[in-house]
Design a protein around this ligand. Structure first.
Ligand code: SF4
Length: 382
């Protein structure tokens, strides 16, 4: 995690919730929180006290530094054999709106919006049963040939498991082939909530939580860093959220391969769970703060502005988050589920959000190395 800046609590910890006092003692002593502590945090309404603690940890790790990147999302296909109830993106092959990009089209999509010197392609898609593995390895190779300096963060653990099954090999073999083609790291999607009870309701066609963690372990062993997400605000309860966080923390103790934890608010529109309400601002903020406090071995906590809205994400920078994600340029998955945020944001807009929160904007690459720009060049500090 680098050199820790000195903590600078600006005022004393205060709470009217007695359950938070012993937790505050642990946080200030740098001690690990346990399951009971995590549950108490989720159940407390004193979001300012929880935020104070999360901010204390955030500033101990990162001071005012707040990261963002200039990235572009590419979703090569929305055709998917699964039919997760949480999803508004996937389509059956013959359904209206189903698409699969020709390789040339995907490379062109990568090039559009490239004027801002993108440092990352974020690539995820549906589980398409008719595409050969070569489609994906050629996609990645072609991107590397055309944009050799751009980091490729591609394919969730769910996609890797699907490829392994479809092409009758192991997840390790698939990961090795994709790495060889040019994949540099992996996103954190598909984790949802690990508890079986919840997965049966929201995504019963997906790999289970144990498989997700096992593929993440394998990726980390192969030198591929990844992120980890948690989709909240549907049918899970506090125990499920805590179980999810503790499983991520346990794997991180082993591998140190996770870079960033990203809590994702469930968007119900156009999904089979559209009767559920949207998450509230308080739950969004608390998800960031509890993540920061429980995941003491995760370097970064991201307030993904596309999911939280730029307004809530900006506030989250004072509640434990140190990363806002990036410019994105063309987000499809959450917009199919009713997101009303813009599909992309300019670099200077991200900087303004961060500065207004009293934080120091740092443009990073995918591996959190600082990016320096001049009028004509982009360089990455190593
Ligand atoms: S969430 Fe992913 S796996 Fe599930 S239906 Fe949507 S695209 Fe397919």
């Amino acid at each position: 995690m680098g050199t820790a800046p000195a903590a600078k609590p600006r005022h004393q910890f205060q709470t009217d919730d007695p359950r938070l006092r012993p937790i505050a003692d642990k946080v200030l002593a740098g001690a690990r929180l346990d399951e009971g502590d995590a549950l108490a945090l989720y159940r407390s309404g004193d979001v300012l006290a929880i935020g104070w603690l999360a901010n204390y940890v955030r500033e101990k790790l990162h001071g005012d530094r707040t990261y963002f990147n200039v990235n572009r999302h590419i979703n090569p296909t929305n055709v998917c054999v699964a039919a997760c109830r949480l999803c508004a993106f996937g389509r059956k092959k013959d359904a209206d709106g189903a698409y699969t990009m020709a390789l040339e089209e995907a490379w062109q999509a990568a090039a559009s919006g490239y004027t801002e010197s993108v440092t990352e392609f974020h690539i995820v898609g549906g589980l398409h049963s008719d595409l050969p593995l070569q489609y994906f390895t050629d996609l990645v190779r072609g991107l590397k040939q055309r944009f050799p300096q751009v980091h490729i963060k591609a394919f969730t653990m769910v996609e890797i498991a699907f490829f392994a099954k479809l092409y009758k090999t192991t997840p390790r073999d698939i990961l090795m082939q994709l790495k060889e083609a040019g994949v540099d790291s992996m996103p954190g999607g598909g984790a949802e909530i690990f508890a079986d009870r919840v997965r049966h309701v929201i995504c019963d066609h997906k790999i289970d939580g144990g498989e997700w963690l096992e593929i993440a372990r394998t990726a980390h062993e192969l030198g591929l860093k990844s992120n980890a997400t948690m989709l909240y605000g549907h049918v899970e309860n506090d125990e499920d959220r805590v179980d999810h966080l503790l499983k991520l923390r346990a794997l991180q103790d082993e591998t140190r391969g996770f870079q960033t934890f990203i809590p994702l608010a469930f968007h119900p529109d156009n999904t089979a769970l559209r009767h559920l309400p949207w998450t509230t601002g308080l739950t969004d903020i608390k998800s960031i703060a509890v993540g920061r406090l429980v995941l003491d071995n995760f370097p970064h906590i991201k307030a993904y502005w596309q999911m939280m809205t730029p307004k809530i994400a900006q506030i989250a920078l004072r509640f434990g988050a140190d990363d806002l994600d990036g410019t994105v340029i063309e987000e499809k998955i959450y917009h199919d589920a009713g997101a009303t945020t813009p599909q992309g944001m300019r670099r200077q807009d991200l900087i303004r959000l961060i500065r207004e929160a009293g934080r120091e904007p740092i443009e990073r690459d995918t591996l959190y190395r600082p990016v320096t720009r001049t009028e004509t060049t982009v360089s990455i500090g190593v």
